[in-house]
Ligand binder design. Structure first.
Ligand code: CAA
Length: 380
């Protein structure tokens, strides 16, 4: 067993850590306050060649592995959770299904602009009545001549305002008495397609979360992604990869909260001693460090399994579940260590706590992860 990162992974870590410290962290507080999307940061990430990191070079990607992807998500999230989720969704939900299930022509047309950063990546699964029960899709795609005509609504869709196209699920018919759900790539400028950016969220204020409305949206049948009727399964496979991204995000935010708490505990004096001299604080800090270490190892293990082409559904669910729950706990403790100051925006830790909450919900709630794990270990 080898816990050493490869030379390429170390180089990516150095590059993204320097970039995150210099370019992403400094404006994070202001962007959160102003709900300002990190457009300039994504221009620079494109210049750094990060936007197509794990995708093949022939489509403009960098051909890196999933561990490298997890490293980039962790470092961006350590600096700014909103930047982290934008990047994670861009790669693992936007680019990945096209890379996994697209034809060569679809990849040239739709994956290349994702790799260059010309388009952000997004995907459309969730609907007002299809959240945890993702198969509850009501959106329909009816064949008319050479086209699909799509009608329906999607909600909580990351990045759609900045995406030139996205893959979404829709019912294309009936299969043995069940809904036939297919994935279809839809350019966002198609007539009848509206993106509504109007949510008021608890956190992740500078990320883009949207509703999609589709009214008689007509796209050619050649935009079918993968096999007809396999859309739901393809999206579940995609979500397995996305969950590694959310796990990495959680590690990054927890790491940021830990660093702030440690720094504050050393500086802040009460009762004539720094907080870090009290055993109650030392134990909190020790627990934080241990849980982050464990969560990071779980994320790397799931990423490694994926890179080996081995099953990783269970490990992805476990790393997402564990990392998001310890992230919530650690950010909460970081606020506690900061006392009254922790409740104030300028100290950053309240933002970490608000951002952390989404990680227990998005890309499958903690309850859904427990369903997935229990099924994987043999419960029916
Ligand atoms: N990989 C491959 N196939 C899988 C799979 C996986 N991980 N999980 C299930 N399948 C297969 C099953 O074997 C089954 O196949 P058969 O029909 O051939 O037997 C089929 O897919 C259906 O599976 P289930 O019967 O298990 O499906 P279910 O309806 O019981 O749902 C679920 C399972 C785990 C609850 C699933 O619905 C789920 O993960 N829900 C959460 C969805 C989620 O994470 N949503 C967040 C999306 S994020 C978003 O949309 C916004 C954004 O931009 C971030």
């Amino acid at each position: 067993m080898n816990f050493e990162l490869t030379e390429e992974q170390k180089m990516i870590l150095r590059t993204i850590r320097e970039f995150s410290d210099a370019e992403v962290a400094p404006g994070a507080l202001e962007r959160d306050r102003n709900k300002q999307f990190p457009t300039e940061i994504f221009k620079k990430l494109s210049e750094l060649g990060m936007m197509g990191l794990p995708f093949p070079e022939e489509y403009g990607g960098a051909g890196a592995d999933t561990i490298s992807f997890a490293i980039v998500v962790e470092e961006l999230s350590r600096a700014c959770g909103s930047t982290g989720i934008t990047y994670s969704a861009h790669i693992s939900l936007g680019g990945a299904p096209i890379n996994m299930f697209g034809t060569k022509e679809q990849k040239e047309k739709f994956l290349t602009p994702i790799c260059t950063g010309e388009s952000l990546g997004a995907f459309g699964l969730t609907e007002p009545n299809a959240g945890s029960d993702a198969g509850g899709t009501k959106t329909t795609a009816v064949v008319d001549g050479n086209d699909f005509v799509i009608n329906g609504n999607k909600c909580f869709i990351t990045n759609a305002s900045y995406a030139k196209h996205l893959a979404l699920t829709a019912i294309t018919g009936e299969l043995e008495g069940n809904k036939e759900i297919s994935a279809i790539i839809v350019p966002t400028n198609t007539k009848g397609f509206s993106v509504i950016d109007n949510y008021e969220k608890l956190g992740l204020h500078s990320s883009n979360t949207t509703e999609l409305v589709l009214e008689d949206v007509r796209v050619p049948q050649e935009n079918l992604l993968g096999e007809r009727g396999k859309g739901f399964k393809q999206f579940l496979v995609t979500l397995d990869g996305g969950r590694i991204g959310i796990g990495a995000m959680a590690v990054g935010i927890a790491q940021a909260a830990f660093e702030k708490a440690l720094e504050y505990a050393k500086e802040r004096k009460q009762f004539g001693r720094s907080l870090s001299e009290f055993q109650v604080t030392q134990f909190k800090i020790a627990d934080m460090a241990m849980k982050i270490e464990l969560a990071r190892n779980m994320v790397y293990k799931a990423a490694w399994l994926k890179d080996q082409g081995r099953p990783f559904t269970k490990e992805a669910a476990m790393c997402k579940l564990y990392a998001s729950e310890i992230c919530m706990e650690i950010t909460n403790q970081a606020v506690q260590i900061h006392g009254g100051n922790g409740y104030m925006r300028d100290y950053h830790v309240e933002r970490f706590m608000r951002d952390a909450k989404l990680l227990e919900i998005g890309e499958g709630t903690s309850e859904v992860q427990r369903m997935v794990i229990s099924r994987e270990v043999g419960c029916n």
